[in-house]
Structures are given as C-alpha cells and as structure tokens.
Design a protein around this ligand. Structure first.
Ligand SMILES: NC(=O)C1=CN([C@@H]2O[C@H](COP(=O)(O)OP(=O)(O)OC[C@H]3O[C@@H](n4cnc5c(N)ncnc54)[C@H](OP(=O)(O)O)[C@@H]3O)[C@@H](O)[C@H]2O)C=CC1
Ligand SMILES: Nc1nc2c(ncn2[C@@H]2O[C@H](COP(=O)(O)O)[C@@H](O)[C@H]2O)c(=O)[nH]1
Ligand SMILES: [K+]
Length: 484
C-alpha cells in the first residue's frame, strides 16, 4: 500500500482515508480471490469477534458456510464450547440447518423458533420425514394453541443433495416458494432458500482437513490457560485466540507460551498444527513480542470497538487504520499476519483494513444485530427488532467472567469496567441476517479490489493507493437518500 502524498504526522482512522482507483486488468468482480492471507483456512477475510452477545453456534456455522470463521468467547465454559464445536462440525457445509417441529406442536412453539434462523420457515417433521412447512404468514393471526399440522403448507419443493443450486433456484421460482427441503431418501438433511442457492455459487465454505466447517475459541490470560487450551484443542477447534485488553503484558507472554506448547504437543500427537492468534496490541513492538512468544496471528486494535470505552476511560489506544498499517508491516516482516479487530461499521472499513495489510478483519457489534447472534430477538415499542449487546470488559461481562470469585472480588472487578453493559443493536430490515451483511461486505471488498487492479488480497495490499481526506471529503462520499 502506498500513500499518494506524504502522510501526516498524526495517526489515522478508517474515516480519514480513501483509495484512488488504478488501471485494472481484472475483468470481473467475480474474478477476485478473497482467500485470507492469514493461513487459518478462511475463503473470505472475516472473523466474528469473541463476544458473548455475538458469537455462538448459529453464528459459527452460518459464517463458516460462507467462508469466514467465528471465535467462541473465553467466558463460555469449556464443556459448552466443546458441544458447540461438535455441533458446528456436524452441520452441513452447504445447506442451512433446519428448525423442525412435530405436527402436534403448537403454533406458539413454531413462532418462538422462527427467529432462530433467517430463512423464515419451520419444517414439520414426523419420524425424520418432512410433512410440511410453516412460515410467518401461515402463523399470523392464528390461535397460539392451534397445532402446526392445521396451518402448515404441504406444497413443498423437495430436492436431493446433489441437485444443482441453479435448479433449486428455478424450482422455487416456478412455485413462488422460498425454501427447498433437501432430503436424502426420506431424511431431512437441510434447507436451501433461493438466496442460499445464489450464495452457494459465490462462496466456498471454510473447512478443516476432514471437510467440516471450521470454528475457533478464545482463552483469557487468567486461571488455567494451558488447561483450557488443551481442552479446546481436544474439542477440535481450528484456531485458538489468546485474548486480553492489554496484550503487550507479561501475563500474556507467559500465557501465550503455555498455549503454544499445548499446541505443539497436540501437533505431535495428531499431525495437525492449529494456529494461535493473540492480542490486542497496536504497536510493532507488541507484534514482535507476541510473535516471539508463539503467535501466528496478531489481533490489532485498542479502543476502536463499538462497545469499547477504553479510550474515553484511559486516553489509551490508537486510531485503527494506522495501528493496522504499522502492525501488519511488522507481522509481514516476520512471515505472520494480523487481524484488524474492531471499529468496522461499513464495507469500506473492511476494504481499508485489508488494503493496510490485515489478513482478516474481526467484526463484533455490527453482527450483533442479526438473527444469528446469540441473543434473543426483542422488539421495541415501535415494533422494531433488535438484539441486546454488551462489551466483554463491561461490568456485566466482568461479573460473568468472575463468577467463581467472592462477592467482594466480583464487585471490585466490576469497578474497572471499560465497556458498555447494555446497548440495542437493531436488525436492518433490509439485511436482518449475518449472511446479508456478509453479502454487502464481500461485494464491497470485491469491488474495491478491482478498482485497485487486484485479483487477490495480497495484490490488493500491494497495489492500494491511499489518500487522506477531510471531514467534508468523507461526507461527500455518503449517499443522500432524502435529498438535501
Ligand atoms: N480491543 C480493545 O480495545 C479491548 C478489548 N477488551 C476485551 O474485553 C475482554 C476482557 O479483557 P480484559 O479486560 O483484559 O479481561 P481479562 O479477564 O482477560 O483480564 C485481564 C488481566 O490483565 C490484567 N491487566 C493488567 N493491566 C490491564 C489493563 N490495562 N486492562 C485490563 N486488564 C489488565 C488484569 O488484572 P487486574 O484486573 O487486576 O488489573 C487481569 O488479570 C477481552 O475479550 C478483550 O478483548 C477489553 C478492553 C479493550
Ligand atoms: N474496550 C473494550 N473493547 C471491547 C469490549 N468488548 C469487545 N471489545 C473489542 O471490540 C472488538 C469488536 O469491535 P466491534 O466494533 O466490531 O464491536 C472486540 O473484538 C474486542 O476487541 C469492551 O467491553 N471494551
Ligand atoms: K470505541
């Protein structure tokens, strides 16, 4: 990446910068390969942040199906992470996991399950065999105690797993239906919507050497760090993340070394070396020390996160574009990669982080407002759907994390909060699913690459030309849907 003019002496955020197009020989946005350069195995450069309000099983399987990876947070007990990993590994790599009810379940039960998936349908199944489908329209205005077989539709599109996505799309379009049931014999394997059919030709799932979806998990720097790392490796995680607010500290370095040793033992036993990510830091020195202590990927970002109050509480942190640029260069010199963690609100921010040299971009709060995040779907007084989100250093998260300590210690730890305990992340009615957000981000990034003449992320980083803009420069780029 190069600046088109001498950069200023102060640090820059994503909003401070823009990219200038270059002559391109990349004929189509579909010709851009977005495989991450971080070596984790993702086919798009997106990582879901290890935040309790964001990253769980549904998020993990959905994102991995499109080529990214989710990190299960450090506050989730190890046995729960193990069962989450097992479920993700058992999920189909192409078809979405259905929600099913039996014919005699109630309409109320079906309604409560609908919001668990973005595809908007519940399959009525008896003895493993699908009998019908219920969608929101079938359930609206019906007595909650009615049984689903009374309202279900039995006009179904049933396809075998080897049906081409184009065929599934056409069969659904002909019948004006949204969801196809994918069955092997009588057995329901999964579901595919028209949009899923399109997506399955645009994305490649992120899979492990056995062809199963990948998922990561985090470990903090307190307690039995090596013990948790060993248990997570045994559970089958594909990436381990050693995570704390101030990653450039002694306890991180010793914890990271212990995790690296556990990883190496696991590699000796199984022949598979799992990558370790660690952070957060915002300086080249921090990167070098964490690489030295055994990290393959360095997590970069102090203070940019949407739930994060660190900069306002402490004055500490660094504008994220400059942090990513410096840390990516330091990691690259050592043959390692970084993740740009936090502060991403638009596809342009993802593109700029990749231009600055990030291997992948970590997103938390933006994905909190989706069907797939962990929280329950709530509605406000105006009927708008939202999920509750909170920071991992908020008093709420600290209380959870210190649940085994005394009441006194928990209360004292709660005083050191550096995050928001409760915020509403509204679902975008146009893009309520994390897959919709991924579509938007990835189309933006593909396009950014072709403007730079890049057919891969490595080329994008090499070719990108970046300028500095004023506030009015940024404002000029914003759409004005309501006129002026
Ligand atoms: N990227 C970011 O900007 C930030 C991210 N977070 C996220 O919040 C989560 C919790 O992280 P964390 O608060 O580190 O909690 P942890 O539970 O991981 O504990 C952090 C440990 O580091 C010690 N420590 C020393 N200096 C600091 C410091 N300046 N800030 C925090 N801890 C310090 C703490 O001791 P003691 O409590 O005795 O001081 C404690 O033992 C993580 O997921 C992290 O990524 C949190 C803040 C900033
Ligand atoms: N200072 C804090 N940082 C936090 C907290 N919870 C999460 N985080 C960091 O934010 C990113 C995600 O950023 P986002 O803008 O996409 O939401 C996450 O990975 C952490 O590094 C917190 O409570 N305080
Ligand atoms: K912030």
């Amino acid at each position: 990446m190069k600046f088109i003019a001498t950069p200023p002496a102060y640090d820059l955020t994503y909003s401070d910068v823009f990219m200038v197009p270059r002559r391109s020989s990349v004929a189509s946005r579909l010709d851009v390969d977005l495989t991450s350069t971080d070596g984790i195995g993702t086919t798009i450069p997106l990582v879901v942040a290890n935040m309790t309000a964001v990253s769980g099983r549904r998020m993990a399987e959905t994102v991995a199906r499109r080529g990214g990876v989710a990190i299960i947070p450090q506050d989730i007990p190890t046995d729960v992470v193990a069962s989450t990993v097992a479920k993700v590994k058992n999920s189909h790599t192409v078809f979405d996991t259905p929600i099913s009810v039996t014919p005699h379940d109630t309409v109320g039960q079906a309604i409560s399950l609908l919001a668990k998936r973005a595809h908007g349908a519940v399959v009525v199944v008896q003895d493993g065999k699908p009998l019908g489908l219920v969608s929101e329209a079938d359930l609206t205005g019906v007595d909650r105690f009615a049984q689903v077989h009374e309202v279900m539709s039995d006009d179904l599109v049933i396809v075998s797993p080897d049906t081409a996505p184009e065929d599934i799309f056409s069969r659904l379009s002909e019948k004006h239906l949204t969801v196809a049931l994918v069955c092997e014999g009588d057995r329901l394997l999964g579901v595919m919507t028209r949009k899923h059919a399109l997506r399955s030709t645009l994305y490649r799932p992120a899979v492990d050497p056995d062809g199963r979806l990948i998922v990561g998990a985090a470990v903090g720097i307190n307690g039995d760090v090596a013990g948790r790392a060993e248990a997570l490796l045994t559970a089958g995680v594909d990436v381990l993340v050693v995570d704390t607010a101030h990653g450039h500290q002694d306890k991180m370095i010793s914890g990271l070394k212990a995790v690296g040793e556990a990883r190496d033992r696991f590699a000796e036993q199984t022949g598979r070396r799992i990558s370790v990510a660690a952070g957060n830091v915002v300086s080249a020195d921090g990167v070098r020390e964490l690489v030295d202590a055994g990290a393959d990927v360095i997590k970069v970002g102090v203070g940019p996160g949407a739930m994060c109050t660190t900069r306002m509480m402490t004055g500490v942190g660094r504008p994220q574009f400059s942090a990513v640029l410096e840390c990516a260069a330091a990691a690259r010199e050592l043959g390692k990669a970084i993740w740009a963690d936090g502060g991403v609100r638009y596809p342009r921010d993802v593109a700029l982080a990749l231009a600055a040299g990030a291997g992948s971009v970590m997103i938390g709060s933006w994905f909190a407002g989706t069907y797939e995040s962990t929280g329950n779907l709530l509605t406000d007084a105006e009927g708008r759907a939202y999920k509750e989100s909170f920071g991992m250093a908020s008093a709420r998260a600290v209380k959870m994390r210190t649940r085994s300590s005394s009441g006194f210690e928990r209360a004292r730890a709660g005083l050191f909060e550096e995050g928001i305990s409760s915020s509403r992340m509204y679902l975008d009615p146009e893009r309520p699913s994390v897959e919709d957000l991924i579509d938007q981000i990835i189309s933006g990034v593909r396009s950014a690459c072709t403007y730079a003449g890049a057919a891969s992320l490595e080329e994008f980083h090499r070719f990108a030309q970046v300028g500095i803009q004023s506030n009015s420069g940024y404002e000029e780029g914003r759409p004005l849907p309501a006129g002026w």
